[in-house]
Design a protein around this ligand. Structure first.
Ligand code: SR1
Ligand code: MG
Length: 407
């Protein structure tokens, strides 16, 4: 019997309590286990405990949602997001086998879940900061995206069942964060923005003062809020991916909701662009740099092209909706996802430079001039992607746009 009562009232756990929880509630370990625990969360919102039994070589992850975000207690968030995350992980585990960790347990009182420990993997962003490349990443992540996105649309699902799913994954608080931090605040001089001093004049001249551009960000915001197309991950950046050479696992879908499928694809593309920009700014000239930059570019191209190819195939195999099979519909539908992909990639590139939540790829560039140059490049590429989103229909169009922005 535990001295701590985990069944009555929610409280935020410390490492010792996570050990006790794993023993008495999860009953995950053997009697003779020698347990240690470390809080390893490095995201903006939650607490992540890794509990290890060295003696029997077993481990588990306990992830708990706190009542406020770690990045700032301005964000008061319902810990129910942990339910959304657990349910979605379970659903995605069946839609995209092998590409999502296994969830063992969800606890609606402690607002935590227990899942497979992936400590033989590494967070993709951390690996990219060490300039490691992953030739299978584009293949894995496009399988994950096509399966989780297309199989949750009205093209495939029964429409009543899909509407039930939309209801159960309604996620207003986390969506509000994205509506504010991705779609609104970066595009005016908002007090909550966190802008590198040398970048601010360009933000004003290139983005804030351009009314045509600002209008496009508004259109994209309404697309995000009103297009309940697919069950999206909602925060698919390189910190939400665990990776090793031959395996990719997508974690952290707490921002998930029914939104535009291109939201996920655009995030993946944007964070590969951040990795490329970071490598350009920080690596010494030579073969290692050339290989790494070439890999980031091929990954950008492959993500778009493989997504298209697999989407077309799965659509053909799984579409159930009669009208979705009319000639020309698949092309129309896929092109609208590609348009959203480019728009979201552009927004993400701008918001991680100007808004509240940054990315290490850029903030770890120590040389001030190089960081300013990198930030400006992201803004220029971001704006172009948003303004040209209708014609960003294949991987090469991304590489061409990136090259144009270098000139
Ligand atoms: C208050 S949360 C800030 C950011 O962290 C998350 O990972 C999302 O990207 C969010 O926008
Ligand atoms: Mg996260």
């Amino acid at each position: 019997m535990s001295k701590i009562d985990f069944t009555k009232e929610y409280f935020t756990m410390k490492e010792e309590e996570a050990i006790e929880y794993s023993k008495t509630v999860l009953k995950f370990f053997q009697e003779d286990a020698e347990l240690t625990c470390k809080e390893i969360g490095d995201g903006n919102l939650n607490y992540v405990f890794r509990v290890i039994d060295k003696k029997n070589n077993k481990s588990v992850i306990v992830k708990q949602a706190g009542p406020v975000a770690r990045i700032s207690d301005e964000f008061k968030l319902s810990p129910d997001r942990n339910r959304i995350e657990s349910e979605i992980l379970k659903l995605q585990y069946s839609l995209a086998p092998g590409l999502v960790p296994e969830v063992y347990h969800y606890d609606p009182i402690m607002n935590c879940c227990a899942m497979e420990d992936l400590s033989d993997h590494e967070i993709l962003r951390t690996a990219l900061l060490k300039h490691k490349s992953f030739p299978l990443f584009a293949d894995h992540i496009t399988t994950y995206m096509v399966n989780t996105l297309l199989l949750t649309t009205d093209v495939v699902m029964g429409h009543k069942e899909k509407k039930e799913s939309v209801k159960s994954f309604i996620n207003p608080e986390l969506c509000e964060i994205s509506e504010d931090l991705v779609y609104t605040e970066p595009f005016f001089d908002c007090p909550r923005n966190d802008i590198f001093e040398a970048t601010k004049p360009l933000a004003k001249e290139l983005l804030w003062d351009d009314k045509k551009f600002i209008l496009e960000t508004a259109k994209l915001k309404f697309e995000f809020m009103n297009n309940a197309q697919s069950l999206v991950h909602g925060d698919l950046h390189s910190g939400s991916v665990f990776i090793k050479e031959d395996s990719t696992k997508v974690i952290d879908p707490e921002f998930a909701f029914y939104g535009p499928a291109g939201y996920d694809v655009g995030n993946v593309v944007a964070h590969l662009i951040f990795a490329m920009v970071s490598g350009q700014a920080t690596m010494e000239e030579g073969a290692e740099k050339e290989n790494y930059i070439n890999w980031t570019k091929s990954a950008i191209k492959d993500v778009v092209d493989m997504f298209k190819e697999k989407f077309n195939k799965l659509f053909h195999e799984k579409a159930t909706e009669k009208v979705a099979k009319y000639e020309g519909f698949k092309e129309y539908y896929l092109n609208s996802i590609l348009r959203d992909t480019a728009g979201v990639a552009g927004l993400e590139l701008c918001r991680r430079i100007l808004g509240l939540a940054h990315v290490k790829d850029i903030t770890s560039i120590e040389d001030k001039e190089k960081r300013t140059e990198a930030e400006k490049f992201c803004l220029v590429v971001g704006k172009k992607l948003i303004m040209n989103r209708e014609v960003m229909l294949n991987g090469d169009s991304y590489l061409e746009l990136i090259e144009e922005c270098k000139r």
